[in-house]
Design a protein around this ligand. Structure first.
Ligand SMILES: Cc1cc2nc3c(=O)[nH]c(=O)nc-3n(C[C@H](O)[C@H](O)[C@H](O)COP(=O)(O)OP(=O)(O)OC[C@H]3O[C@@H](n4cnc5c(N)ncnc54)[C@H](O)[C@@H]3O)c2cc1C
Length: 502
């Protein structure tokens, strides 16, 4: 009889339960038994309420429709992210980062051309907000769901309640045969570069063939393995703390379908609209502002009363060098974290899991090759993390705020990843930027559209005062009329959510 393989996931946060569901689904025809162990003494991080479009694939893979999971998690649609106050250049005080969709192909092509002309110092105008459907939908509180599908499909992501999502995924995993135990792991026993067993506070011993570390920032399993190495991103990204609060939804206002990431004096604040509440979080650097000051600023900006509770969190920014080490894989905060400016953490969870599943089964059956598979895997996941780092770092390098030492240092003193430095020099030197991006396409997380939106949205152009020719004004007007004309083909956000069974 074929030997069964036991997999032990330690940690019952979003990462642990996402791992349990995907592994149970993808390995359902293999001889793998999955158990999740979580501590009742150590809380989950309890934040993380925005996604990238990649999360759609997660639920599609698991065959869980939006009509089931979205109401259960108070979820809303997200057409993109608006970035107010990062830039002081007139005309660029705010810009929108949309998810690029086939529907945007033609209007997007106009945007790329105009941005290139601005880059060359020609009189033109290229703020992303004018050229994509998403900002128009978000401004009008529409959902990205068309009344009739093709050719009006738009890419989109979600906002959700992190706690409710964890509970939902836990129930799903258990129904799909995942075992669940409450234990707090006290020691990780390592032998010959592999985990031999885990000891728990209740004096149990947990033994498995393979371990998945979902213990959050503690990284309890991975960090016990020899050769553990953490690549600290803090010289590039200064933010290492956050303070959050929630407010009940103001039903007098329409339900917005975008995240807002507004720059504040020493960091930025997210505003995430859920069905019944709005989540706010000030992500800042504790080297520049104290906890109390950050909380005061957050309360002032949101108009929160003194009774409204704030939560303070610390963030460890960086990644491990080996996400898969010996018989252990790190998933979620245990493998690394890049501050949540682009809400990428769950996408990295998903990507790591999918990539791992593709390698794990062959690795099990081919001893010698396993090390190579593991090395290739780690390299790929590292590239993915570094790709996100480069894009997120771009926002700080491009800021033009002068109101605090934090923003000056973020622009001038932060260590620039080599790829970002080269990319900026290509953009500034007026060479073929699209060609440069295409040549580095492999391993890039962010598309040409995202890089153009960031650079053009932050006004990285040599001249800003040139009069815009009439023909360009007319072109922008035409694009705007076209996008606005299509808005009516989508459903209002509120109405779309109300269609789900209660
Ligand atoms: C301020 C902030 C904002 C964020 N915003 C976003 C966002 O917008 N979008 C996004 O995708 N992500 C975001 N994230 C990241 C997101 O919150 C996490 O990626 C996600 O929640 C997964 O966390 P986790 O499961 O890895 O860790 P955790 O939620 O910390 O869970 C850890 C689990 O491990 C268990 N555990 C720990 N130690 C032991 C032990 N010794 N024995 C047994 N069990 C143990 C705990 O009980 C818990 O169940 C944000 C994070 C922060 C800090």
């Amino acid at each position: 009889m074929e030997k069964r393989i036991s997999m032990l996931i330690v940690g019952g946060g979003t990462a642990g339960w996402m791992a349990a569901n995907l592994l149970a689904h993808r390995l359902r025809d293999s001889n793998v038994d999955i158990t999740v162990v979580e501590s009742d003494a150590i809380a989950t991080v309890g934040v993380g309420e925005g996604s990238t479009p990649y999360l759609k694939n997660f639920f599609r893979t698991l065959d869980i429709p939006e009509s089931e999971w979205m109401p259960a998690c108070q979820a809303t649609y997200k057409c993109g992210i608006r970035f107010p106050n990062w830039c002081k250049t007139p005309g660029f005080e705010s810009y929108f980062h949309p998810f690029f969709s086939p529907l945007d192909r033609e209007v997007g092509a106009e945007f790329f051309q105009l941005a290139d002309r601005c880059r060359m110092g020609e009189p033109a105008s290229a703020l992303p907000d004018h050229f994509f459907h998403a900002p128009y939908l978000a401004d009008a509180a529409m959902s990205p769901i068309p009344q009739r599908p093709l050719p009006f499909e738009l890419d989109y992501a979600y906002h959700f309640d992190a706690g409710l999502l964890g509970t939902f995924l836990k129930k799903k995993a258990i129904t799909r045969g995942v075992q669940h135990r409450i234990e707090t792991v006290s020691d990780v026993v390592v032998e010959g570069g592999e985990i031999k067993c885990l000891n728990t506070e209740s004096r149990c011993q947990l033994i498995a063939d393979f371990y998945i570390d979902c213990t959050g920032f503690r990284s309890q399993l991975l960090s016990a393995l020899p050769g553990y190495c953490f690549r600290d991103y803090s010289p590039t990204l200064f933010n290492n703390a956050a303070v959050t609060l929630q407010q009940p939804r103001d039903y007098a206002k329409p339900l917005v379908s975008a995240t807002e990431s507004a720059a504040l004096t020493n960091g930025w604040m997210w505003r995430i609209p859920l069905q019944q509440r709005t989540g706010f979080g000030y992500v800042y650097s504790a080297d520049f502002i104290s906890e109390d000051e950050a909380e005061r600023e957050l309360r002032a900006v949101t108009g929160a009363s003194s009774e409204q509770e704030c939560r303070h969190l610390k963030m460890r920014i960086g990644r491990v060098e080996e996400h898969w080490s010996g018989n252990c894989l790190g998933i979620g905060l245990s493998q690394g974290f890049i501050e949540p400016l682009e809400a990428t953490a769950l996408m990295l969870v998903q990507f790591t899991l999918e990539c791992f599943i593709g390698k794990f089964v062959p690795a099990c059956s081919s001893g010698a090759q396993a090390v190579e598979l593991q090395e290739g895997f780690n390299k790929r996941i590292n590239r993915m993390f570094d790709g996100v780092l480069e894009y997120v770092a771009g926002h700080y390098v491009l800021n033009s705020r002068t109101d605090s030492e934090y923003w000056r240092a973020a622009r001038e003193d932060a260590v620039r990843p080599a790829f970002l430095a080269e990319l900026l020099s290509r953009w500034d030197s007026r060479g073929d930027f699209s060609e440069f991006l295409a040549a580095h396409g492999e391993g890039q997380i962010y598309s040409r559209a995202s890089w153009y939106c960031l650079l053009a949205g932050m006004g990285r152009f040599p001249c800003h005062e040139l009069p815009i020719p009439q023909v360009t004004r007319e072109l922008i007007q035409d694009v705007s009329t076209f996008c606005r004309g299509n808005i009516g083909r989508f459903r209002p956000h509120e109405e779309q959510l109300a269609r789900f069974p209660g």
